[in-house]
Ligand binder design. Structure first.
Ligand code: NDP
Ligand code: GDR
Length: 345
């Protein structure tokens, strides 16, 4: 019998790659979608015709219980979140509700439908449903040690990071309290042509393409010295799946171990279209964050050893892939305009 999976956040970057990956492995896959006419649901259903949908919202406990009862999944991947860090300073309470209490609601929903009413003896894996939580390198925040691994302490620097830390510990607590197979992947930044245009790599790749095609003049960026460990989203969803296939539930750090700056990203992207980034990038102090995370870099040796996981795309290839995709899509949009609106990522 094929395994079944429920993915929250299926309309986002990671959700779409994970759905494709699980379908390729023979899973039956349901995506939780919210709202009465979510245009991102249409987009992902066109891209992945075999994906099924179930209604629900991380803000609504009852809807999660109903979704689990309808789907009866073997595995739940909780990727749904408000994922843009600056929004967490603007709407900290909403981010707490979705990204933090939302994790608790899903854990409770799983506990309820699995009939786990009492704490179990520690170490015993109870219930059928395996749970993955999308934790983040933003939990490390102000780092005192580079690279970071599963034993590095957390010092989050944004409300987003603080709330992800809550979800991380809540997941661990349900594992320890109820014996649930519940794990967190502490994932470092991962990007792709499907990345939202508000994130810096996609903002840069889209701008390089638009400037090349004469549709934009300047690119305004914040902190050019910020350094991240950027990988390819398609690689990272493989790690999520592997984390739910182990004999013992454990958390893992996932990243490439390579650091690059925002300046590097701009240079590679503009090089890719034959332009000099310094002629087009303008630093906008309004885009600098109230508290910055300067140097994040993953030590994924545990994932490499226990999950046999390796990244396959390096940073230069990643930026080039994104620029090429944006050039292609921008040309198509320019030529076919309205017919294609809503089709692009
Ligand atoms: P995206 O922003 O692309 O997708 C976020 C998803 O969350 C969307 O599908 C959105 O759906 C959904 N969502 C938002 N609010 C709710 C809600 N109330 N109930 C249910 N779903 C909701 O994020 P990514 O795919 O990049 O990231 C996936 C997860 O991984 C997130 O939790 C993110 O915080 C985390 N993460 C991401 C990293 C990265 O580099 N990409 C690194 C580390 C962690 P809708 O269409 O309805 O808005
Ligand atoms: P991040 O990603 O906050 O790390 O969160 P983002 O791409 O937004 O920022 C990366 C770094 O680039 C700097 N930066 C800019 N960022 C944006 N968005 N726009 C700009 O113009 C700009 N200029 C400089 C930022 O200051 C920052 O240092 C992502 C999300 O996917 C989270 O959900 C996830 O948890 C973490 O990665 C790991």
């Amino acid at each position: 019998m094929a395994k079944s999976a429920l993915i929250t956040g299926v309309t986002g970057q990671d959700g779409s790659y994970l759905a494709e990956h699980l379908l390729s492995l023979g899973y039956r896959v349901w995506g939780l979608t919210r709202g009465q006419a979510n245009p991102r649901k249409d987009r992902v259903s066109r891209l992945i015709p075999d994906l099924r949908f179930v209604d629900g919202d991380l803000m609504d406990q009852g809807s999660l219980v109903s979704a689990l009862n309808a789907v009866q999944p073997d595995e739940v991947y909780n990727l749904g979140a408000i994922s843009f860090v600056p929004m967490s300073w603007q709407q900290p309470e909403l981010v707490t509700e979705v990204n933090g209490t939302g994790v608790l609601r899903m854990l409770e929903a799983i506990r309820i439908v699995s009939g786990l009413s009492k704490p179990s003896a520690s170490g015993v894996v109870a219930g059928q449903i395996r749970f993955y939580q999308a934790s983040s390198s933003e939990m490390f925040g102000m780092v005192t040690r580079t690279p970071q691994n599963e034993t590095t302490s957390f010092h989050p620097r944004s409300p987003y990071g603080v709330v992800k830390t809550y979800g991380h510990y809540m997941t661990r607590n349900y594992r320890e309290s109820y014996g649930m197979y519940a794990v967190s992947g502490i994932l470092f930044n991962h990007e792709s042509p499907r990345r939202g245009p508000e994130f810096v790599t996609r903002k840069i790749s889209l701008a390089a393409a638009r400037i090349k095609l004469g549709l934009q003049e300047r690119l305004r960026l914040g902190n050019l010295d910020a350094v991240r460990d950027w990988g390819f989203a398609g690689d990272y969803v493989r790690a999520m799946h592997l984390m739910l296939q182990q004999g013992r539930p454990e958390d893992y750090v996932v990243g490439t171990g390579q650091m690059h700056s925002v300046r590097d990203a701009a240079r590679i992207a503009f090089d890719g279209v034959g332009l000099n980034w310094e002629d087009y990038v303008v630093v906008d102090p309004g885009l600098v964050r109230p508290a910055e995370v300067e140097t994040l870099c993953a030590d994924s040796s545990s994932a490499r050893k226990h999950l046999d996981w390796e990244p396959t795309v390096d940073f230069t290839e990643l930026m080039r892939m994104m620029v090429e995709s944006d050039l292609r899509q921008t040309r198509l949009l320019r030529e076919h305009g309205a017919e294609l609106s809503g089709a692009r990522w």
